[in-house]
Design a protein around this ligand. Sequence first.
Ligand SMILES: Cc1cc2nc3c(=O)[nH]c(=O)nc-3n(C[C@H](O)[C@H](O)[C@H](O)COP(=O)(O)OP(=O)(O)OC[C@H]3O[C@@H](n4cnc5c(N)ncnc54)[C@H](O)[C@@H]3O)c2cc1C
Length: 412
Amino acid sequence: MTTSKPIVVLGAGIAGISAALEAAEAGQEVVLVERDSAVGGRVAKLHRYFPKLCPPSCGLEIDTRRLEKNPRIRVLTRTDLVAAERTDTGWKVTLREEPAWVKPSCTACGECAKVCPTSVPDPFNFGLAKVPAIRIPHLDAWPRRYAMDRAACPADCHQCVEACPAKAVDLSAKERRIDLDAGALVIATGWVPYPLEKLPELGGGVLADVVSNVVLERLASPSGPTGGRILRPSDGRPPRSVVFVQCAGSRDVNHLPYCSSVCCLASLKQTLYLREALPETSVTVCYIDRRAPGRNESMLSKAESAGVKFVKGKVGSVTCAGDGTLRLKLEDQEAGRLTELEADLVVLATGMRPASGELPLHVPRDEDGFALEDRASRLFAAGVAKRPEDVASCVRDATGAAAKAMAAARSH
Ligand SMILES: Cc1cc2nc3c(=O)[nH]c(=O)nc-3n(C[C@H](O)[C@H](O)[C@H](O)COP(=O)(O)OP(=O)(O)OC[C@H]3O[C@@H](n4cnc5c(N)ncnc54)[C@H](O)[C@@H]3O)c2cc1C
């Protein structure tokens, strides 16, 4: 039995996609709303993902095929929530869809990008490369359609319109307002990385060769700004020594008081990227605790067997010597003394903050700002919007949220 009222899932990362698919495959109408031009969220930006260390396209490709085939799911990309009002039987939802500068008839042939005279920092690669103002958002993007950064276009430029054989570029497109009567809402808006700039004592935002863990994913990826070669941003040289600083701004009352639960595993995975790509490079991880639970525990022994060194101690500062070498000061807790390490590249394992803070509706939250469900209000949460977790946990979580949202939407 289906209900006439759809569930609205906000955010099409792995959690939102999973919630939408589970509900739709069980007979529920679903509207999946994504702010970006393509679905996949932050998983799409990973080079590989644990536990299997496969590229994100492995899982995402299967999911986008399921999305494509399912008539019960309406996917709205480039769309934001403008307002959500509680009604007796659900939510009155108002959405704003950005103008469709590039229409669904786009064949992704790329002729428009070839003639585009403007380049902009690539948001997919954290601004580390430049891309044309009209482009495919990333290699595996779905919907497979070009997107335009209209604000960057020179006045009176029509080159992409003229170059498009499918007549899919429309510079006069208008934004669209969409009103929906929803049976339940699922918040799956995910996370944003803790800003590097908030950690200047660790060189964050100050020293070019101090990068975040999310940037390292892009540096290691063949579709990243360096074509998969892990190079120092300052001089383009491969680093001879790399130090990972764990809990950078996490488990710290001055920053994020909580553990983001995936940073240890993310760094262990990234040490393997380095050992594989640069076998001569020394790799050290400075940690407070090494958290690799369940079947991911093998990542620790893999890193140890690959020659990664571990030092138990919280790093207090990172500075740069005149020759560009980075110096880290820390307390080596096992040796019981202050010590220094040198590195060519430092990776700060920064944590995850919930992205749901800016939503135009009241979302109940825990003390760290993550969303809580409110069954009485037919409001549910899934994935990192709810708590920091890995992909497998997000998928499980999303399945639960889908079941609860369906039950709520079907009760009158
Ligand atoms: C460095 C690093 C490496 C990692 N590596 C791994 C790994 O190897 N394996 C693993 O299992 N996990 C890994 N993780 C964790 C993994 O990234 C998360 O589990 C996953 O991204 C959570 O998915 P999500 O859908 O909850 O959120 P997200 O991936 O953040 O997706 C949320 C989506 O919601 C959209 N959105 C946000 N706000 C709105 C809005 N208002 N309206 C519409 N849409 C909105 C966003 O654009 C985005 O598409 C890693 C994390 C880090 C920090």
